[in-house]
Design a protein around this ligand. Structure first.
Ligand code: TRP
Length: 452
């Protein structure tokens, strides 16, 4: 088996094609699909938002995922090194890689805190949810504002993430993705069937998600759909560059990108069906925002009992774990490839540093002024990464692939120069960058036709 200690001759590689697809899908499927997608869909009114989101996945997400995989596989190294190798030593484009490493660091720091809540809810589910709706909902507030508990779960989650990433590509990430991803599909499928056939809300949930009500479509919803398409596919920070760099030649990047995007979308929709069936069964309002999963669902779980709630939070934790390992891998691969650190040292030190920064997010009572409001670090880090760092990273990646890289490298990795290839290049030149600039300007509150 290849050594994975960063020696340049024997870099880690996926053992199988399936292993790569599952790991990349594992990165994509995460809190974004099961926690965020249902609640923003609820907030923006359902079907029309879903449709818009699908368009964004196809026009922005897919082309960008193909771009990242091309850079990764052609470069065969971490995001910073890949830009240097493909462009030139000391190239200005390596800034894109730097930004990606920083984004991975920052995203994981707060992602782990939310994932920790999910772990905590596995145990709350086993104990059972009892009492009035208010009492059940207040459990979330108690958990979040109780720093020792929040930090304990954050510690456990980061510990698991670090343990898997230390194992390297084949023995860590690939092996665990092969176990966790099928388990996740099975659990979610079961939950969706429960929602569709075991509750009275199935039909309404399907109508809510798939029948568009155009009157609910706003510019704000469109921009959120775009931002989310981006986050849910793990784009804009080199996660797919990194995973692509462990790919062997031969597999079709386009086909793989389509499979990963499709699976990610299917899982989000399945989660939506499962969750909204329960919401409608109990006659609740779908627009419950951030609290949908941790506050609203437990009230329903009080009736269903632990056999529905335990699988649900186990599933959420699995999904979060396979995403967290991709976030850490981007940071670790930089120190292994560029600085020659042994994998174990890089994982422990960087994982440890991310853990420490994460404590800021776990301390919800620590607030600072940000954009004119007193806010906690979790919200601030989430806002900065989703609205500034990822769109800028995606924009630079897109410019690089569309205008800078040589056509021969690009078409060779793409696998052809046919119509599909030409359309992709067109989209990457003119459509994707404009969409990303719109997200960025919106984050900066600079879009002229919006009210801020
Ligand atoms: N895609 C993951 C989710 O939906 C989160 C994630 C993992 C991510 N790696 C990423 C987001 C890289 C942006 C970039 O939860």
């Amino acid at each position: 088996m290849a050594s994975e200690n960063g020696s340049s001759t024997k870099r880690g590689q996926w053992a199988s094609h399936l292993g790569f697809v599952l790991a990349a899908t594992g990165s994509a499927i995460g809190l974004g699909n099961i926690w965020k997608f249902p609640y923003i869909t609820g907030d923006y009114g359902g079907g029309a938002f879903v449709l818009l989101y699908l368009v964004c996945v196809i026009l922005v997400g897919l082309p960008l995922m193909i771009s990242e995989l091309i850079i990764g596989r052609a470069g065969q190294t971490n995001p910073v090194g890949a830009f240097q190798k493909l462009h030139k030593e000391g190239s200005i484009w390596q800034v894109t890689g730097w930004l990606g490493v920083a984004s991975g660091f920052l995203i994981l720091s707060f992602y782990s805190v939310i994932a920790g809540w999910s772990l905590a809810y596995i145990f709350k589910s086993i104990a059972g949810f009892e009492g009035t709706a208010e009492a059940i909902q207040s459990q979330f507030g108690t958990l979040v504002t109780h720093p020792t508990e929040s930090i304990m779960w954050h510690t456990i989650f980061m510990g698991l993430t670090i343990a898997i990433v230390i194992g390297g590509i084949q023995r860590g990430i690939e092996r665990w993705s092969k176990i966790l991803m099928p388990a996740l599909f099975a659990l979610l499928f079961g939950l969706m069937c429960y929602g569709l056939f075991g509750t009275n809300g199935g039909k309404q949930a399907l109508a809510f998600l798939f029948v568009p009500d155009w009157s609910k479509l706003t510019a704000e919803a469109a921009l959120s759909a775009l931002g989310h398409a981006f986050f849910t596919l793990s784009l804009g920070m080199g996660a797919m560059i990194t995973y692509g760099s462990y790919m062997k030649r031969g597999a079709s990047i386009v086909k793989d990108a389509i499979i990963v995007s499709l699976l990610d979308t299917v899982i989000a929709l399945m989660a939506g069906v499962a969750i909204f069936s329960m919401v409608f069964h109990y006659g609740l309002e779908p627009g419950q925002s951030v609290g949908l999963i941790f506050k609203t669902l437990p009230v329903l779980f009080a009736d269903t009992g632990p056999w529905v709630s335990v699988p649900f939070f186990v599933l959420l934790s699995f999904a979060a774990l396979t995403s967290a390992i991709s976030l850490l891998e981007v940071v670790v691969s930089y120190f292994v490839d560029q600085r020659g650190w042994p994998r174990v040292k890089a994982t422990l030190l960087l994982g440890g540093a991310i853990y420490v920064v994460g404590i800021l997010s776990a301390m919800v009572s620590w607030t600072v002024m940000f954009r004119g409001k007193e806010q906690g670090f979790l919200d601030i880090f989430d806002f900065i990464t989703t609205n500034y760092m990822l769109p800028i990273g995606g924009f630079l990646t897109c410019l690089y692939i569309a205008w800078v890289v040589s056509d021969s490298v690009r078409s060779q990795e793409f696998g052809s120069k046919d119509k599909l290839y030409k359309s992709l290049v067109f989209v990457l030149k003119y459509i994707t960058p404009i969409a990303l600039i719109a997200v960025l300007l919106h984050g900066l509150e600079l879009l002229p036709f919006m009210e801020y």
